[in-house]
Write a protein that binds this ligand. Structure first.
Ligand code: PMP
Ligand code: GLN
Length: 387
């Protein structure tokens, strides 16, 4: 049967492919982004409590009120913003659902949506399914920041949505407060919205600050801001996240959310809420926790032939391998996985038109032993071997 595909250029995601290759070859998996350690024991015990305590039927469509309140408290404590838990916050089944729903809520046929390449892989298919056109505005190595000259060229009256991502996957770059001001200045006259993918909001290093779009007086009025409990609580498989947006946008968001998943796993929402209330400092410790892992991995890689691109946030580390190989990044990632025993992500997968860089992404959300072992193996990659 021949199917007239709605997504003819989309294949299986690079994360699925590389994790599969890592498993097939018994490689250490530093490709797909997930921790190789468990969520806090106390949180697991709370899941058990709610699973066995009768919290197993549909929760309210927009999320368990207790969890939405805890999210509002967190946003107040962290960013000094007032977000109404009833009208502005919706719990979804992963950030992936929030991103998809927000895009469907505002993008119509013929609308343009700006993304900054390298861009996370779920944005463009969601735009395409909404009938929109994705406009890719490149960011350049090694600092991977928004090029506002290029952005101003791309913006026009058809632009309906601008998708930003900070801390940035895969680059590890973060937006400054001045970037938010420039976004506001350039878009003030246009009828558009923002979708801010802030799933790594609690992972910023070296004393830097995460600047949520919620903290910007102008931008927050037209933004969907998305975060993921999966990242914050070392539980990527739970697929629980939230979207914060002004009430009018949230009304449209929920109209779609109710027909995509309707609700999200009940006992996990209760457990996360109680854990957030009991341990408000969990996410405050994440910068130190992950910075130590980044530094451990980078120090162990210092004798390798890789040139590490500074990572200010996320749990990803980019590595330039141009001193080691002329292979393109897909072939080089395959070589690393199959011959060296460490899986990585080729970042060309995040581009419409990949530049001629030689860069792969490693995930450092791993036990220290895993990072030390992987780095030792990566130090064995010799120039020429991989040509
Ligand atoms: N956005 C970015 C930038 C991500 O890296 C991820 C990775 N998981 C997601 C969204 C999706 O998050 P979730 O697993 O909560 O759907
Ligand atoms: N966000 C994860 C990453 O960047 C992958 C999530 C997925 O596999 N869809 O590695």
């Amino acid at each position: 049967m021949t199917i007239n595909s709605k997504l003819p250029t989309v294949g299986t995601t690079i994360f699925t492919l590389m994790s599969q290759m890592a498993n097939d070859h018994g490689a250490i998996n530093l490709s797909q982004g997930f921790p190789d350690f468990d969520p806090p024991e106390e949180l697991l015990a709370l899941c058990d409590k709610y699973l066995r305590g009768g919290y197993n039927q549909y929760p309210p469509m927009s999320g368990v009120p207790y969890l939405k309140e805890q999210v509002a408290n967190k946003l107040k404590q962290l960013y000094q913003v007032d977000v109404d838990p009833d009208n502005d916050i919706t719990v979804t089944s992963g950030a992936t659902e929030s991103l998809f729903v927000a895009i469907q809520a505002v993008v119509r046929s013929g609308d343009e949506v700006i993304v900054f390449d390298p861009a996370y892989d779920s944005y463009e298919p969601a735009v395409t399914l909404a009938g929109g056109k994705t406009i890719h505005v490149p960011m350049a190595a090694p600092d991977f920041h928004i090029d506002f000259n290029r952005l101003s060229v791309a913006l026009n009256e058809k632009t309906r949505l601008v998708i930003v991502n900070s801390p940035h996957n895969p680059c590890g770059s973060i937006m400054a407060a001045s970037d938010l001001n420039q976004l506001a200045d350039l878009t003030r006259e246009l009828d558009l919205y923002f979708l801010s993918d802030e799933v790594y909001e609690h992972m910023v290093y070296d004393g830097e600050t995460h600047h949520s779009l919620l903290t910007h007086e102008e931008l927050k009025l037209k933004s969907f801001v998305v975060s993921s409990f999966g990242k914050t609580y070392h539980a990527t498989g739970w697929k629980v996240a939230y979207c914060a947006a002004p009430a009018a946008l949230t009304v449209e968001f929920r109209k779609i959310h109710q027909f995509v998943t309707f609700t999200t796993h009940t006992p996990t929402q209760w457990a996360l809420a109680e854990y957030m209330e009991r341990e408000p400092n969990h996410y405050l410790q994440l910068p130190a926790f992950y910075q130590a892992k980044r530094d451990l991995f980078n120090t162990a890689m210092s004798d390798s032939g890789f040139a590490l691109v500074p990572s200010d946030g996320t749990y990803f580390q980019l590595a330039d391998y141009s001193n080691l190989s002329d292979l393109d990044d897909v072939a080089f990632s395959t070589f690393l996985t199959q011959e060296i025993g460490v899986a990585a992500i080729p970042i060309s997968a995040f581009y419409e038109q990949p530049p001629d860089d030689r860069i792969v992404r490693f995930c450092f959300a791993k036990e220290d032993d895993t990072l030390i072992k992987a780095a030792a193996m990566l130090c064995r990659v010799k120039a020429m071997q991989a040509r």
